[in-house]
Design a protein around this ligand. Structure first.
Ligand SMILES: Cc1cc2nc3c(=O)[nH]c(=O)nc-3n(C[C@H](O)[C@H](O)[C@H](O)COP(=O)(O)O)c2cc1C
Length: 377
């Protein structure tokens, strides 16, 4: 299965794999797809190490990096606020609510609460602001990345310019036609049209409806179809909608290489496509994730509403680490509360497999489907 994008990006299979796990990114790129490292929660040193690893593993095969530099967030005018300023903006009522929720579920404090909490909170608070984005772009552009992608807004003009000067392409995720028009005007080379069913931050328009409209409005700029693609049949559908390939996220969470929390993997295996929701309870912006006692608590109208980004991430970072640790140790409360971003395709993901196998199976199935629906053409 080859499309024009395969030649443009030097890949054999038109599947782009978004993952926070460096091993998944490397495995997909090595197997002929295009791995993209999600770097939003990393600090620059971590990104540097991860890209070193991927470049070494890939031995010249192409790969990319993904940031979240949002258009709108608290502290945008200043390019991002420091941790103490962010902390001051968090209402005490919200802190008390989170503490009470964890107490109700008997989630013990972190062993070294002060240090661990501080780390996790700093990442949630600063990782996505413009000042931090500059440093992250510097790191990314010091490695042989072929693509830099941004989510939740138009990437800053000087990052686009610098990337282009180095021959690095720039991509952007969009959830609506008007956003695609803006991204194209900003000089973005690759539009990722991401529908409602996707895992992570997502808009309200379904993939089936969004993709053909975006393809038409940005032509001849290439478009990837994102949201709900986890099989070869869906990859074939992406092509039928006019996309040149698929951009995928959820499917890689269930690979052997993924660093997905074991309790979350187990929950995904037992989940159906009805078990996700768009909730602001993790980052402050609507993101599709698995329903759990955590999302239920934040959906309850009697409880406080999630704060805007990045205050919410700052508020809950420590709590979410506490929950993950408790779940790892078999704590019932942690197991009930823990969740993660995932799309509606979770209902199809029932096995843990090597990433290369998943990639090849999607590609082969797509070939087979296209032959079946269009014989001898
Ligand atoms: C666990 C997870 C985390 C994600 N985090 C990001 C992110 O940091 N940046 C981003 O551009 N997209 C992120 N996304 C969205 C993916 O890039 C992709 O668009 C989406 O997963 C595609 O839909 P699918 O989940 O149905 O495959 C995330 C998705 C998942 C499942």
């Amino acid at each position: 299965m080859r499309t024009a994008i395969c030649d443009e990006y030097g890949i054999d299979i038109p599947i782009f794999a978004f993952s926070h796990s460096r091993a998944v990114v490397a495995a997909v790129s090595k197997a002929g797809g295009f791995g993209v490292l999600g770097a939003a929660s990393m600090v620059p040193e971590e990104l540097d190490q991860a890209l070193h690893f991927i470049a070494k593993e890939c031995g010249g095969r192409p790969f990319g990096v993904d940031f979240i530099i949002p258009e709108k967030y608290v502290g945008r005018e200043q390019g991002g606020l420091d941790m103490s300023a962010l902390q001051q903006l968090i209402p005490q009522g919200h802190r008390d609510f989170v503490e009470k929720l964890l107490d109700t579920y008997h989630v013990p404090p972190l062993p070294d609460a002060s240090r661990e909490g501080e780390n996790a909170s700093s990442r949630a608070g600063l990782g996505m602001a413009h000042k931090r984005a500059e440093q992250m772009a510097d790191v990314a552009l010091s490695h042989p990345v072929k693509l830099i992608v941004n989510a939740l807004g138009v990437p800053p003009a000087h990052i686009v310019e610098r990337a282009h000067q180095q021959g690095v392409r720039v991509g952007a995720l969009v959830g609506a036609v008007k956003h695609a028009i803006k991204q194209k005007a900003a000089g973005v080379d690759l539009i990722i049209a991401q529908g409602f069913e996707a895992g992570g931050h997502t808009g309200e328009i379904a993939t089936m409806v969004l993709v053909p409209q975006v393809v038409d409005v940005v032509a001849p700029t290439p478009v990837l179809c994102a949201g709900g693609v986890a099989s070869g049949r869906q990859l074939a559908a992406a092509m039928a909608l006019g996309a040149q390939g698929a951009w995928t996220g959820s499917v890689w969470l269930m690979t052997q290489e993924a660093e997905t929390h074991p309790v979350v993997k187990e929950k995904f295996i037992n989940a159906t496509s009805s078990d996700t929701l768009r909730s602001r309870s993790s980052t402050g912006k609507p993101a599709r994730q698995l329903r759990s006692a955590w999302t239920d608590a934040w959906e309850d109208p009697n409880n406080p509403e999630p704060l805007p980004m990045p205050l919410h991430g700052t508020l809950v970072a420590r709590a979410r680490r506490r929950i993950a640790l408790d779940a790892s140790r078999g704590g019932e409360g942690g197991k009930q509360l823990i969740n993660y971003f995932v799309g509606q395709s979770v209902g199809m993901l029932k096995e843990i497999r090597p990433a290369a196998e998943v990639l090849h199976e999607m590609n082969d199935e797509c070939d087979e489907v296209l032959r079946r629906i269009a014989p001898q053409r």
